[in-house]
Design a protein around this ligand. Structure first.
Ligand code: FAD
Length: 498
């Protein structure tokens, strides 16, 4: 035909969604082409998201820990930061992972085409080839004919329209580039991404301000957990501006001057009684006010795929768009915009497609039916939550039995010198549960909380009750024991905790 390449499945985007779908489909025997505009695979997550942020957060956490060690009898002295070397370390981490992905694609005989993909019909994608480290177009084009397509084109940071075009105004990608450490830094948006980057910069020496429209930082997490995080992190901030929005900004020689306004009654988080803070000048402004999907940039209409006004692509539980042979996964299909969600959706789409093309009914029936998707702020301490939160239970009138285990009673947390944490489990306490309700949700604040939240997710998926979790022997002394203890507290079989 009129195509340069043909395949069973074309995947648009090489992020966690795209490469997971491509790999699963190839493992299931399909001929797969993956299209990615950038030089490396891995998408936002590996190149400018999850991984580089954690490489820097690890270093920050070690620095913070070391700074307390003098109190414990070992003084390391003041840290000497070599920012070029630190950046180099982060680049090496990225390189290892993206290089690994390229090798895995090759091993699985997934063809990767480097370029910008746009639909030109219901079964054809045109790729404008790119080269170099950015996305410089080479001028050459390739048309790929496909039986099925998966759209995994991801998202990008929202830019406030009034922000000046200035190197001192960055999004998360610019912040991860780690050019220098500012004296005064403003974080626009008190969500996970902003607070993680703020943690890195403040440990490296920056003073932080944060501005958030809602009435609290880290929306989504229970307030009692966030309060503990905030107490531990108060020293990083000069000013936490809640119920406040940013209304204008201008570039001055001495910095970026930002003007604020109180949210008004009726607006989200609004409260007319709060006065707006005075304008401030910053050396660095990080825009972390959310991410917008790339749905409008792939000529989806040429394939008949519906895209919402905001750029999302709606899908069913099999990840199918309104066009039956075209699927979509990851950030582009909606919240939560998280890599582990994208990966699971990818596997569903790849299995459905392989099942359909190969007449395998069982595979073709695959669906995204996860009960819960965990969230983690990899700050210090970490905040992690999954399933129903206590605030949601209250708002929705769901009766829950709570087990709250304070880490002041954890031998390991005390030995670590970090007993500020808590572990909270919530069990169904409706009359139908007859006192043996299943776990509905859980949250933790404390060191390594993110590494432990998976156990609570598993308990929810398995329909565990408090006895199941409480009678599971957890190793002693570990922070993970706190999950078993919280379950015992909820069940009423443990009373020896303060
Ligand atoms: P993406 O990773 O965005 O990948 C999409 C890919 O498609 C990109 O590589 C893009 O270049 C390519 N593409 C787009 N359009 C085209 C086109 N037309 N042609 C060719 N290629 C195209 N999530 C977590 O779970 N944990 C974390 O700790 C975490 N930390 C984060 C930290 C930061 C700073 C940021 C910004 C995000 C973080 N996330 C985290 C979110 C996570 O990165 C995303 O949820 C995840 O990358 C989404 O995967 P995806 O495959 O949907 O899209």
């Amino acid at each position: 035909g009129n195509a340069d390449l043909e395949c069973d499945l074309v995947v648009i985007g090489g992020g966690p969604g795209g490469y997971s779908a491509a790999f699963r489909a190839a493992d299931l025997g399909l001929k797969v082409i993956m299209v990615e505009r950038y030089a490396t695979l891995g998408g936002v997550c590996l190149n400018v998201g999850c991984i580089p942020s954690k490489a820097l957060l690890h270093v920050a956490a070690v620095m913070d820990e070391v700074s307390h060690m003098a109190d414990l009898g070992v003084d390391f002295g003041a840290p000497v930061v070599n920012i070029d070397k630190l950046r180099g370390h982060k680049e090496k981490v990225i390189g290892k992972l993206t290089g690994g992905l390229a090798a895995m694609a090759k091993m699985r005989k997934v063809t990767t085409v480097r370029g910008y993909g746009n639909f030109v019909g219901a079964n054809h994608l045109e790729v404008e080839e790119t080269s170099g480290t950015a996305q410089e177009k080479t001028g050459s084009k390739k048309v790929i004919a496909f039986k099925r397509a998966i759209i995994a084109a991801g998202s990008q940071a929202v830019r406030l329209p009034f922000m000046p075009n200035d190197p001192r105004v960055v999004d998360s990608t610019g912040a991860l580039a780690l050019k220098e450490v500012p004296k005064r830094m403003l974080i626009l948006g008190g969500g996970i991404i902003g607070l993680e980057m703020g943690t890195v910069y403040s440990t490296l020496g920056a003073r932080l301000d944060v501005v958030e429209m809602m009435d609290g930082l880290m929306q989504g997490a229970d307030r009692d957990l966030v309060k503990i995080w905030q107490k531990m992190n108060a020293k990083r901030f000069d000013n936490i501006m809640l119920k406040t929005k940013t209304v204008s900004a201008r570039a001055l020689p001495e910095g970026i001057e930002v003007t604020f306004a109180a949210m008004e009654e009726g607006e989200a988080g609004g409260n007319a009684s709060v006065a707006a803070p005075a304008p401030q000048v910053y050396d660095l402004v990080l825009q972390a006010v959310g991410r917008t999907p790339n749905g409008k940039k792939i000529s989806a209409e040429k394939a008949g795929v519906a895209v919402t006004d905001r750029g999302f692509i709606n899908v069913d539980i099999q990840m199918r768009t309104n066009v039956p042979h075209i699927f979509a996964i990851g950030d582009i299909v909606g919240q939560p915009m998280l890599a582990h969600k994208a990966v699971h959706e990818a596997h569903v789409a790849a299995e459905v497609i392989a099942g359909e093309l190969q007449g395998n009914k069982e595979l073709a029936a695959a669906a995204f039916n996860a009960r819960v998707i965990p969230s983690v702020a990899y700050t210090d301490p970490e905040v992690a939550w999954v399933g129903l939160t206590e605030d949601q239970a209250k708002a929705q009138g769901i009766k829950v039995k709570k087990g709250l285990f304070p880490w002041t009673a954890s031998g390991r947390a005390i030995a670590n010198g970090r007993d500020e944490g808590v572990t909270k489990l919530l069990f169904d306490d409706s009359p139908e549960a007859h006192g043996h309700g299943k776990i509905l949700g859980g949250g933790m604040v404390g060191t390594h909380a993110g590494d432990m939240i998976g156990e609570i997710a598993l308990a929810i998926e398995m329909g565990a009750d408090a006895v199941d979790i409480g009678k599971t022997i957890h190793p002693h002394p570990t922070l993970g024991e706190s999950i078993g203890m919280a379950a015992e507290i909820a069940h009423g079989s443990c009373t020896d905790v303060p």
